[in-house]
Design a protein around this ligand. Structure first.
Ligand code: ATP
Ligand code: MG
Length: 446
């Protein structure tokens, strides 16, 4: 019924040959039944961690205190976890202690959702004590047991419910939803790192719009209240037909499922409620929302403990997402490209298209036409090898020192001026011509 990979068959076979039970379990069973490619294959077994380690030549103690050993089969690792009952959850964060058990069903009972609580091996077939198959068929996310109790044990499960709904295109069962509504504030007890993992999985899924459910159930309010404000901010002007939050959602749906790009779209306009002004005719304006938005995004991502590379990228793209240099001023276009960074231009063009796709039909064609022009201008820079990066100037600091300038700040000033000259006229980035200019600029400093 389920086709296990050879490695998994071998691991289960070795455990069984030594008198233990062993099953593929959790996400891999769920995904296989859905004809989806599992991310990884996990095994659950009656063998204790030390017993697992004794049977395989290469193992890693991944989470030995929770009963998890990674078994290496060639280059591939498989997490093998001893059947366990989770002890009481101290603070909604981690189980205080785990108890090993000899009973598979006890292990399945501790798992979050019915669709994640199935086990399979070739000897026994599918073990589905909690009607996971039925819920797969009905496309439903339902807790194993009483949802309130399960969310009290581990509040992250509430966000995981949203994440699985987004990944699988499922709906959250009514009683499970009610329990989330009630217990959403307890998500505050969960570590920011765990929250960030589920947030990213939600927005890079096929259904990033499910973030809306997280909002409706009161979850985003706990870790990203800025998003709630955006969901409640209408934009009364010609360019928009959605609230700020809905606009953000639609733009996520219109960009490929890349973590950084989806984060940019999610966060790009969140400062609009802060800078909003309404003119005499009743139209809303959002002057300064790009800088304020970049700052706000940085704050949110820092709070959620994202790495600096992600934070810097998202900051930069939000800062420039609304740059619109006039196309008849190619020097200014090159200047903007240099600020955004040449290597970031393809992504910026994707971001701009997604942004427009989340707006009203007003001037749609001309807005899209503008982005096409920008893309052309970018390609021209590439094809002509125009210098839009100070590092690519044909004259450098050593040249200035060779002319007699002293090392120091002035070198930077002269290079900045040379870069301005080249941005204005790329033909001047010719070594002979630029040395001539450099000489003139350097003279006062010598
Ligand atoms: P994927 O790996 O595709 O993200 P998954 O279902 O494998 O999805 P994991 O987070 O890898 O999810 O967890 C593996 C299994 O462990 C789950 O299928 C579930 O049975 C169980 N599990 C994970 N986290 C929890 C939790 N917080 N509470 C209860 N059970 C959990
Ligand atoms: Mg997994």
């Amino acid at each position: 019924m389920i086709k296990l990979p050879e490695d998994v068959k071998n691991i289960i076979g070795i455990l069984e040959a030594n008198g233990y039970e062993a099953f593929a379990v959790g996400g891999c069973v769920r995904d296989t039944l859905l004809f989806r490619m599992p991310e990884d294959w996990d095994v659950t077994t009656s063998a204790k961690p030390e017993e697992v380690k004794a049977l395989f030549s290469h193992t890693i103690d991944t989470g030995i205190q929770h009963g998890t050993v990674t078994v290496m089969m060639g280059k591939n690792g498989y997490e093998v976890t001893t059947y366990r009952i989770d002890g009481e959850y101290e603070d909604g964060r981690h189980p205080k202690d785990v108890t090993f058990t000899a009973n598979l069903v006890e292990d399945l009972k501790r798992r979050d959702f019915t669709i994640n609580a199935m086990a399979y091996n070739e000897r026994v077939g599918l073990v589905d004590e909690f009607d996971g198959v039925k819920d797969l068929e009905n496309k439903v996310i339902r807790c194993v047991g009483n949802p309130r109790e399960r969310f009290k044990e581990d509040a992250l499960r509430m966000l995981r419910a949203v994440r699985f709904a987004a990944q699988l295109g499922f709906t959250i069962e009514e009683e499970t939803k009610e329990a989330i509504r009630e217990l959403a504030p307890t998500l505050a007890k969960v570590s920011k790192e765990r929250i960030a993992v589920e947030l990213v999985k939600t927005i890079v899924s096929d259904h990033p719009e499910e973030i809306r459910i997280a909002y409706e159930l009161g979850l985003t309010k706990v870790f990203m209240p800025e998003f709630d404000v955006a969901m409640e901010t209408v934009q009364n002007n010609h360019h928009h037909k959605y609230t700020v939050g809905e606009h953000s959602i639609v733009t996520m749906q219109n960009i490929r499922p890349d973590k950084n790009l989806r984060l940019v779209m999610l966060l790009h306009d969140l400062a609009k409620p802060v800078v909003l002004t309404t003119d005499d005719r009743g139209f809303d304006h959002f002057v300064g929302h790009t800088q304020a938005g970049a700052d706000m995004a940085r704050g949110i991502l820092k709070r959620l403990k994202f790495d600096n590379a992600t934070i810097d990228y998202v900051y930069r793209m939000i800062r420039h997402h609304d740059d619109r240099p006039p196309m008849d001023n190619k020097a200014l276009v090159r200047r903007r490209i240099s600020q955004i960074g040449l290597e970031h231009m393809p992504a910026m063009i994707e971001i701009k298209r997604a942004d427009i796709l989340g707006q009203s039909e007003y001037e749609f064609e001309s807005k899209m036409g503008y982005v096409d022009e920008l893309e052309k201008a970018y390609k021209e820079v590439i094809e002509n090898n125009h210098c839009v990066n100070k590092r690519d100037l044909s004259v450098n600091g050593s040249d200035l020192i060779a002319m007699g300038m002293k090392p120091g700040e002035e070198i930077g000033v002269v290079l900045d001026l040379l870069f301005e000259i080249v941005l204005n006229d790329p033909r001047l980035n010719d070594r002979e011509k630029l040395l001539e200019r450099a000489n003139k600029l350097a003279t006062p400093f010598i």
